[in-house]
Design a protein around this ligand. Sequence first.
Ligand code: WT7
Length: 674
Amino acid sequence: MDSYTDGYFSPNEDVTRVAHCKTMEEYKEIYGESINDPDKFWGNYAKNFYFKTFPDKNLFDYNFDIRKGDVYIKFAEDAITNISYNCLDLKVENGLGDVVAFYWEGNDPLDCTSITYKQLLDEVCKFSNVLKSLGVKKEDKVAIYMPMILELVVAMLACARIGAVHSIVFGGFSAESLCNRILDASCDVIITADGMYRGTKLVKLKNIASEAVKLCSEANHKVTTCITVKHVTAKSFSDEETKRPSMRPCLDLQLSWNKDVDRWWHDLMANASTTCEPEWMKSEDTLFILYTSGSTGKPKGILHHITGYMLWASATHKYTFDYHPGDVYFCTADIGWITGHTYVTYGPLLNGATSVIFEGVPYFPDQSRLWAIVDKYQVSKFYTAPTAIRSLMKHGEEPVKKYKRTSLQVLGTVGEPINPEAWLWYRNVIGNGKCSIVDTFWQTETGGHVLTPLPGCTPTKPGSATFPFFGIVPSVLSDEGKEITSSDEGYLVFNKPWPGMMRTIHGDHKRFEGTYFTRFPGYYVPGDGCIRDKDGLFWITGRIDDMINVSGHLLSTAEVESSLITHHLVSEAAVVGRPDPIKGECLYCFVTLLDGVEFTPGIVIELKGKVREHIGGFSIPDYIQSAPALPKTRSGKIMRRVLRNVARDNHDLGDISTMADESVIGVLFANRVG
Ligand code: WT7
């Protein structure tokens, strides 16, 4: 049990008893080693893995200071390894072949299976051979657009095994977004599935993928092969069961199929060999590319490289969740986001863990689903997002209390600042008041956790991500770039690299330097505001740029705005974030129509359709209001600060002396929606 004094929850004693790191003294000692001699620290950690050539003693080579030349980060450059080998072959060699790697829990509770490390290795080898037979080679980029099924893990590890670079695109993105990502990385092969259910809703993934392939060919890029997993159209249930609308199979789904390009996964796999020698890779070869929103509107293809990412994924998974053999670990994130890359696939497999991989949604078939899963598999370590916690809170304690959840020990959160109320509900209701809460701050760019408590070790305050992980040196800077020592808000920055951080933006190293390394030369600037309190704990206060965090996903206002102005009746659009009780923030849009065009509910629907078409369903704005004119400065810059206040119905606008025409304000408030 923990206790609450002076605003702190003390570490949970039951967790402390077994924890890798049991006291703050121990944390400080290990942290000190990681900072004072990072080469020794990571060199030691690397001993957990197999290297064809073991890392040399001098691991880090970097320049963070743009004034001294190009920014670069290299780690263990001379080492040679393969991450799929370390995830699978090494585990089988170490006697874990029959250990379950994943329990797969389908959208429908009756639909489930599991796979051991040995079985997963066989599948990965088979699919590696399939990719090779299709001509995929080292360094080729492969697009993956799939549901949360085991074949997704197989596909990504097969890419890693043969040295191909996976570019996973979340299944909620539209054909246009998928096409743009395929074009940006020049992928010749795409892997998808016929479809997926999210609750009772069918998403026709294959048809969206076909549309993307068509859009690519219109842009003069030929996708040579599209591999489709038969998932929802596969018959695997009795007639009685299939009467239920949400279930596989879905035999009448019309797939768009082009025999020159399209191949079934099961046909290709039928005769593939289960032996495949891994491609031995250099540390700084690329492992994957993953797109994240950028403030200019064009998504950034973040590149992660092999050895550094491997050590970071493993170490953070081990310490942050205090992972031990025998644990059952469950991360609810989709593999299409970085959380799924690092904490569904790579981190757990590198540590030989047994995990639950869940295809469905927390509210189907009812609001108890996650807790049914926790009890079914006796989950001990659980990881989800504040937005999920808040939407469950709305339904009260009853759906939670239907299940025991006594196996739970550590509860993690990620994606956005967690409000203390949700933190306490997570601890008291979900965790029965006996679990450690770990609020993990990190980004697509950081590869894994950078600020986080360690369970059983760090005293916590609800809403704070507490302290840096090993190897991380954070500071808080003022506008002028001076280190803030009081508890005033400033910019979170890091003054040196860690193994798992991104290396560049695909095809645009200048943008990488411009986005992250120019605001404060010498520092990596993640784009978040931060307060360091009097006890030294870090509190993330939210984005300091034009990015909006909707349900833990960063969206770019520019990207939404450019979708809105593709509507032929729109002349101008501006998008701001508005606080939302469940999503954290939601999108609030101001739209100026062409002269004389009436703003109607029909247009609002069409505008939402535009955002769905250009980005994807998960980014549809909640509010769209008419703005006969936008508030601008005399030099023509949109005053977003004023728009944020209109969206919040806050009439205290502050200094508006630079505004060109104040008369627009009254109309904007009069036209408010929601
Ligand atoms: C941004 C990164 C990291 C995986 C999911 C999102 C925000 C993330 C926290 C947290 C406060 C957080 C930040 C960050 N964020 N975790 N624990 N507390 N804010 O990955 O899409 O790359 O977004 O999410 O603003 O910069 P992402």
